[in-house]
Ligand binder design. Structure first.
Ligand code: ZN
Length: 333
């Protein structure tokens, strides 16, 4: 027996045309006794064809996704596509409204909430609804992230290294079609609870982005998102045209040695900037102990040679924070 949904929506996923609606997530609070959180959803459908699901606001402090998806929702006439586009520009709405990574209501990180729970807190209910009601409708999924307040990236579109060769090849084709300046293949260490895993387990292509970060969006990173979504509409056949050619560099960060984690607390001084190349053993950053100016800073060296594609964004850093991510060119194997 499958558990009934507590989330309600007036959206008809099978209707043609453009629908702006909500997923009403029951949330009874001191402020609203019989209230609901209204997670925005847009469905644009025109006849039979593939379904592409695009999500933004999985984390609430990442802005390219919500911006690009809201603009697309208003601008794209249903007649321009063949098939169905499902847009969730603010997946974790309470987090987006608060500008925080996790939901201020239940403190749950949406991207650690899967498979979700229809009897759980709001974030778990949304994850459950997405997994059981919406993912089965989708032929491919794009989840738009950026670095948020605490990380910054060279804008990239990414996918995971997958064990299934056919699924890997199909996803890599979509990754290259997206056409971000950098296309990254990563091996995730901690996949439990991720939307990524929920989609990949269904055997469907799943792409994510990390577009900039630092808690804001730039003109350039929004453009990367918008062009990438247009290209995926073309790649998956919702629009009958080839993807816009966009130069992209296919790279990967194959294991934990490509990630630098801080051991010290203090002020972060990067010695290499995003997009620059480092050699294994070269100094990458140093952390200054502001209460002991006489003490030399702790120096962090790159374990690998490659491009600095990600860094800790705030000026202050502490043990356990991700300080840097390095990637190298991907040799197809
Ligand atoms: Zn994110």
């Amino acid at each position: 027996m499958s558990e009934p949904f507590r989330i309600m929506t007036r959206i008809d996923f099978e209707a043609d045309g453009r629908q702006f609606g909500h997923l009403d997530v029951p949330h009874s609070s001191n402020e609203s006794a019989w209230g609901a959180l209204r997670v925005p959803i847009v469905v644009i459908r025109h006849g039979e064809g593939p379904t592409l699901l695009c999500t933004g606001g999985n984390h609430g402090d990442e802005y390219e996704g919500p911006i690009a998806l809201m603009k697309l929702a208003r601008a794209l006439p249903p007649e321009a596509i063949q098939g169905r586009l499902i847009l969730l520009p603010a997946l974790n709405l309470p987090a987006v409204l608060a500008g925080t990574r996790v939901s201020p209501i239940d403190q749950v990180n949406m991207n650690r909430a899967f498979p979700g729970d229809p009897r759980g807190t709001p974030t778990l209910m949304i994850a459950d609804y997405l997994r059981r009601r919406i993912l089965p409708l989708a032929d491919a999924v794009l989840d738009l992230h950026s670095g948020g307040k605490t990380l910054s990236f060279v804008p990239f579109c990414g996918m995971h290294q997958l064990d299934d060769a056919a699924q890997m090849a199909r996803t890599r084709d979509a990754l290259l079609a997206f056409g971000a300046p950098l296309s990254l293949i990563i091996r995730e260490f901690d996949v439990v609870g991720m939307l990524d895993t929920a989609v990949e387990e269904l055997g469907k292509p799943f792409l994510f982005t990390e577009l900039g970060g630092g808690g804001t969006a730039t003109a350039a990173t929004v453009r990367v998102a918008e062009r990438g979504i247009r290209n995926l509409l073309r790649h998956f056949g919702l629009i009958d045209a080839p993807p816009e050619p966009a130069p992209t560099r296919l790279m990967h960060s194959p294991d934990a040695s490509w990630f630098v984690i801080a051991d010290d607390r203090g002020i972060l001084e990067m010695l290499v900037d995003l997009g620059e190349t480092v050699s294994a053993g070269a100094a990458l950053a140093q952390v200054h102990d502001v209460e002991r100016p006489q003490r030399p800073p702790a120096v962090y060296r790159a374990a690998r040679s490659g491009m600095l594609i990600g860094r800790h964004a705030p000026g202050l850093i502490k043990p356990g924070d991700c300080l840097a991510v390095i990637a190298t060119d991907y040799e197809a194997g």
